[in-house]
Design a protein around this ligand. Structure first.
Ligand code: ZN
Ligand code: ZN
Length: 364
């Protein structure tokens, strides 16, 4: 029943937006928005919300599931034909319908243009602003996903050995995440060793770990659809080089400064600048080429984006969950990134990931 209520609240919140969007209804097809608004987890389905209707259209495979998962929506049986789409729109009565411009493909647009009597209105943002502030239930799922990731990240020093390939390490971690209770991975695990760790989104390959390598592990678990995201950096060998140790401390100080100084209502740009300015002053302006962090929830990359390119008006508010992930990447040498998933509260940012930051891994 609790679930029931939250979806009714969300439908009401969407209805309150229809005037601002200048539409009679909105068609929701992207998986994360669809799940957030209805609870439906299937792979095919469309929601249509108007002032007085909330409809879910899905095909034969999902009739029973949609009825069970999305009881706040009236089920419309849709066998993926133009005639069904025409009837679905007629059933809603909507004449001007908003579309998720970021997610509707050109191919679907061509099909939608065939529907008679409807004017489509692409909307750059639909449910995303409504999803920013997480409910207690959402925070709890993300906390569970974070706790699983904490446990598995703590095992990296026991798993990683000289001679193992990045791909083997990633596979061991994937199995361990699943055994620890992750229903899925939040994203493909990133294991980057040696010079590969200078590539922020390196895909684990055949390179074998060796003593003296920097190592970056970035991973997350999924619980009830909600994700966690955490990165730890390591040095393979008994004793980190002075260079590695200094860079590690710099990135750690930049991350700590964000936790100490970010407050609700600050601009996204200002939060990013806390870490960026520290790296700049240390001579690494060119070595931190990505944003400080991103929102996450049902999606792994959600709003808000903490970035130097964010607009001055956009701020971070209480209830938002973001990653804080400063990094420093030196081409041909390697890189360091530390990432926490964190919740913005009245008192400031609180980390939801807690795995200790211990960079040294003794090589067997
Ligand atoms: Zn990450
Ligand atoms: Zn991230």
């Amino acid at each position: 029943m609790g679930q029931h209520t939250i979806f009714q609240e969300r439908i009401t919140a969407v209805r309150q937006k229809l005037n601002e969007w200048e539409v009679d209804g909105v068609l929701v097809t992207s998986p994360a928005n669809r799940r957030w608004l209805s609870g439906f987890t299937g792979s095919n389905g469309q929601l249509l919300v108007t002032a007085n209707k909330a409809l879910i259209a899905t095909d034969f495979r999902y009739y029973a599931q949609a009825g069970r998962e999305a009881p706040d929506f009236a089920l419309f049986k849709h066998q993926r034909t133009l005639a069904d789409t025409q009837d679905f729109l007629a059933e809603s009565g909507a004449k001007t319908v908003g579309l998720e411009a970021k997610y509707v493909t050109l191919a679907s647009m061509i099909e939608l243009e065939e529907v008679k009597g409807v004017t489509w209105k692409p909307l750059l943002l639909t449910l995303e602003p409504l999803r920013l502030r997480k409910t207690a239930v959402e925070v709890k799922a993300i906390q569970e996903a974070c706790a699983i990731t904490d446990d598995v990240m703590a095992q990296v020093p026991h798993i990683a050995r000289a001679g193992m390939s990045e791909r083997e390490v990633a596979w061991e971690l994937e199995k361990t995440l699943r055994q620890a209770g992750a229903e899925a991975l939040a994203f493909d695990i990133l294991v980057a060793s040696g010079p590969n760790s200078a590539l922020p989104h390196h895909h684990p390959g055949e390179r074998c770990l060796q003593a003296g390598d920097p190592l970056i592990v970035d991973m997350g678990a999924q619980v009830d659809g909600y994700k966690s995201d955490m990165t730890r950096s390591f040095y393979l060998g008994a004793k980190a080089s002075v260079h590695y140790f200094e860079l590690y401390q710099l990135v750690l100080r930049a991350q700590t400064a964000v936790f100490q100084n970010a407050k609700p209502g600050m601009s996204l740009k200002a939060v990013d600048a806390i870490a960026r300015n520290m790296l700049d002053r240390a001579g690494h302006a060119d070595h931190f080429g990505h944003g400080l962090g991103h929102g996450l929830g049902l999606g792994i990359h959600e709003d808000p984006l903490l970035s130097p390119r964010a607009s001055d008006e956009d701020t971070i508010e209480v209830g938002t969950i973001v990653t804080i992930e400063p990094g420093c990447y030196l081409p041909d040498w390697g890189g360091i990134r530390l990432e926490e998933t964190a919740l913005m509260t009245d008192a400031g940012l609180v980390p939801l990931t807690h795995c200790p930051k211990v960079p040294g891994i003794a090589m067997k």
